[in-house]
Ligand binder design. Structure first.
Ligand SMILES: CC(C)(COP(=O)(O)OP(=O)(O)OC[C@H]1O[C@@H](n2cnc3c(N)ncnc32)[C@H](O)[C@@H]1OP(=O)(O)O)[C@@H](O)C(=O)NCCC(=O)NCCSC(=O)CCS(=O)O
Length: 410
């Protein structure tokens, strides 16, 4: 009885509580620190990235000071511990930062947030003291970022079948292989490489290494031309006689596949946040246009076809945002919920495509022209359904979880 009246008291309080002045999604259960870093990132992005993003895309480069300023704001070290210069704010804060960055430019969000942050966490978890000082500190301080050398010409989704070999020669590991689709392949200051150290052991014969791009044996074969993310160097890399030592091994020999999959799991939450950021940018563009552009004597938004489309766009963005918030919270609370991260990325990436395509439709011909914001957003979002796990891989992971655990609620 006492419990029931306590519950009633709780219910009454929550019903009587003042309505939040902002939109639903801006007032969920965040700490003051999480909101502060989100708002700091938002101000920076709206002032210093949004006004220039289309021009940088056309020039296929962002100015160096942007990367430096992101470092000065501490955005590289959100997940890193204080003793290494980070702010140790956790996965939720990191994901909020990624969404804000993607609102300005998805490639920046992917480079700063998508690739580096979770691997900072990997380094914290598995790195030796030397590795943390040598590889982690410069990332946290914004002096460089990390590339991931995973995919190969014959192996993308089926990662465990990779062909790159690290062969033991005396006290060295000698690496030979070919890696493709490497974001930051020519500009990153450090990289995590996955290679086979024991082909007979399959998945359990894969090892993660920390390497420095531009060391002898690391050659950038070419910078790819691509649909979106044009400011980023996405490269093909040849590894020929690259020499590493035991000190460069990340985690135990033979444990690389698990370490990488665990990292990708976290990265997928980041990609979901990227998708929500891009979708929000497309939505804001479309809404602004629909409220100011007239056709047939009234504003576009007053036409039911457009108003309903915007309603659908906003609803899906909100749902995608809640999914990634949920996945990030589970991760932060120590539940490695692969299914929730996969669902968040799958749904959010499909939402980004729907929203950006709809935004372009609302702009009509003007949205199809090079130099329009929605044209860039439409191109940038497409890869979200491919990198860090294709939609098909994510469905496979979700299906496996459903087979193993049924429809257990998280
Ligand atoms: C398709 C896959 C999901 C297939 O995975 P597997 O069937 O080969 O893996 P398992 O046998 O299930 O697992 C192996 C091993 O790892 C452990 N594991 C698996 N997942 C996790 C996790 N999330 N956290 C912790 N541990 C995990 C699992 O328990 C097993 O351990 P034991 O053997 O039991 O000890 C997988 O291959 C996959 O996800 N493929 C997609 C790869 C991908 O996303 N590639 C993209 C590359 S990166 C990129 O695109 C960006 C590039 S950038 O921008 O430069």
């Amino acid at each position: 009885m006492a419990e029931l009246s306590a519950l009633r008291g709780g219910l009454t309080r929550s019903v009587d509580a003042p309505r939040p002045p902002d939109t639903l999604s801006s007032r969920p259960r965040f700490t003051e620190d999480q909101l502060a870093i989100r708002d700091l990132t938002r101000r920076f992005v709206r002032n210093e990235i949004v006004p220039h993003a289309v021009a940088w895309d056309q020039a296929e480069a962002a100015p160096a000071h942007i990367w430096r300023k992101l470092g000065e704001l501490g955005l590289h070290g959100v997940c890193a511990p204080a003793e290494l210069g980070g702010s140790d704010m956790g996965v939720v804060a990191w994901a909020l930062v990624v969404e804000e960055l993607a609102y300005g430019d998805c490639a920046i969000a992917n480079q700063i947030g998508g690739v580096s942050f979770p691997f900072v966490a990997k380094l914290v978890q598995h790195g030796t003291e030397r590795q943390k000082q040598e590889f982690l500190r410069p990332v946290v301080e914004g002096r460089h970022y990390i590339a991931l050398l995973l995919s190969e010409p014959d192996v993308g989704s089926d990662l465990s079948n990779l062909k790159t070999r690290a062969v033991r020669k005396g006290d060295r590991w000698v690496v030979d292989g070919h890696k493709i689709f490497i974001s930051g392949g020519s500009s990153a200051g450090a990289a995590i490489l996955l290679a086979s150290t024991d082909p007979s052991a399959g998945k359990r014969g894969l090892t993660a290494f920390l390497i420095k791009p531009h060391m002898p044996g690391y050659t950038v074969l070419r910078r790819e031309k691509k649909l979106g993310h044009r400011i980023m160097d996405i490269c093909q890399i040849a590894l020929e006689g690259l020499e590493l030592t035991d000190e460069d091994v990340l985690g135990p020999v033979g444990d690389g596949y698990r370490i990488i999959l665990e990292g990708l799991d976290t990265n997928r939450i980041g990609v979901a946040a990227q998708a929500v950021g891009v979708a929000q940018a497309g939505y804001d563009q479309a809404l602004g246009h629909a409220r100011t552009r007239k056709s047939f004597g009234k504003f576009l938004i007053e036409h039911q076809a457009i108003g309903f489309l915007l309603a659908d766009m906003g609803t899906r963005i909100e749902a995608a945002r809640q999914l990634y918030h949920h996945a990030a919270r589970l991760k932060e609370e120590g539940f490695s919920r692969v299914k929730e991260a996969s669902m968040a990325k799958l749904f959010a990436a499909e939402t980004a495509e729907f929203v950006c395509s709809s935004a372009l439709q609302i702009f009509g011909g003007a949205g199809y022209l090079q130099g329009s914001v929605v044209e860039k957003l439409y191109r940038d979002q497409r890869v979200l359904q491919i990198y860090e796990g294709t939609n098909e891989v994510l469905k496979m992971i979700i299906q496996r979880d459903l087979i193993a655990n049924g429809s257990a609620l998280s």
